[in-house]
Ligand binder design. Structure first.
Ligand code: TRP
Ligand code: SF4
Length: 343
């Protein structure tokens, strides 16, 4: 049986952190064995927010790719490719832009939330929201359909974008014929990872992320300032581990000892400082292999480049074939043989 096609994307705006690894990363590692997997480094999408900072996006294409390789994404199984190097995505975006109304884009909950965040951040009335930004769901629909993506692994916040893509596909097919595939979202089973500060979400912009490239000292600092049970003042006070972020992280990286941590905490048999130090040790152990691989790729940037080049070439072939079908259906395939009236 043919493998189903999976397509997902990630914006190259920073390094991977624990939230990525335990969320999307784990899901991707499982999926890479079972599907034909296209993983897009969405640099064009990253530029919608960072158009004034091209060097940041450029650098992070390589940082992110080597992070992905370091956590075990296998380029023999996954086509890792760069969005901007597939011109067919940009072409499709233009064609699809006629199939979407402005009102519908503004109503998209993901776009709405992100515009509200920008307004809060920049304190303006939204006048500075660009055409490219409002339109990024259209470009994301092009990402997915260019590769005939059937399943799209995403977080819950991205569901409205998949729905918008499905609408575009239906509209396209109803006008031009049955060409495009309607994708299904694939929701990650792993819950969202909380920050050490107790925030429900870990994020770079929230300032609470633990990056996979953090060194020992940075990890120590972050763990030492983690939120614990505020009722626990003295070392031998009994406490409630369920409201402690240090315990939450023991559950992620120190599974073999979580029960001991939990019992000792409840009995007042462990101090928070010792508990944090143990966690720091475990985190460093957990990151050891990832750091070694990352170090390797930093020393061998040409390998990362070659992987991206190969992944992009493979992906491009699929996009070119989709584009041929799309142009034929839209009757804009003027120079294809059978339509060339001079012959
Ligand atoms: N918008 C996604 C995010 O910010 C990244 C992305 C780009 C994507 N293209 C995609 C996700 C295509 C799924 C499919 O996380
Ligand atoms: Fe948290 Fe450990 Fe302190 Fe208990 S002992 S409150 S689990 S840091």
């Amino acid at each position: 049986m043919e493998k189903k096609t999976i397509l997902t994307g990630i914006r190259p705006t920073g390094n991977l952190h624990f939230g990525h690894l335990f969320g999307a990363g784990k899901t991707w590692l499982e999926l890479q064995d079972k599907y034909d997997f296209y993983l897009e480094i969405a640099d064009v999408q990253a530029l919608t927010d960072n158009f004034h900072n091209p060097s940041k996006v450029h650098l992070n294409v390589f940082e992110l790719t080597s992070d992905l390789l370091s956590i075990g994404i296998d380029p023999k199984k996954v086509h890792i490719f760069i969005q901007s190097q597939i011109p067919e995505i940009a072409e499709l975006t233009v064609f699809y832009s006629n199939l979407v109304t402005m009102a519908r884009l503004y109503r998209n909950p993901t776009v709405k939330t992100e515009i509200a965040q920008k307004k809060a951040l920049f304190g303006n009335d939204g006048e500075s929201v660009t055409y490219g930004f409002v339109g990024y769901p259209v470009s994301q629909a092009a990402d997915i359909t260019a590769f005939k993506g059937e399943l799209v692994p995403v977080g819950e916040d991205q569901l409205p974008l998949i729905e918008q893509c499905r609408e575009i596909v239906r509209k396209f097919n109803s006008i031009y014929g049955d060409i495009l595939k309607e994708p299904e979202p694939y929701l990650s089973k792993t819950p969202r990872i909380k920050g050490l500060d107790g925030n429900e979400k870990m994020g770079k912009s929230l300032g609470n992320a633990i990056f996979l490239v953090d060194d020992d000292e940075t990890i120590s600092k972050k763990v030492m300032s983690a939120v614990t049970d505020p009722q626990k003042i003295k070392k031998d006070d009994p406490a409630n581990p369920e409201i402690c972020m240090v315990y939450y992280y023991h559950k992620l990286v120190n599974q073999e000892n979580v029960e001991t941590v939990c019992e000792e905490c409840k009995k007042g048999a462990r101090g928070c400082v010792q508990c944090k130090k143990e966690l720091i040790g475990k985190m460093n152990e957990f990151l050891k292999e990832i750091r070694e691989k990352k170090h390797y790729y930093r020393e061998h940037p040409e390998e990362v480049l070659a992987i991206l080049k190969k992944g992009t070439e493979d992906a491009r072939k699929v996009a070119v074939s989709t584009m041929r079908d799309v142009k034929e259906a839209m009757q804009i395939d003027y120079f294809e043989k059978e339509n060339n009236h001079d012959e």
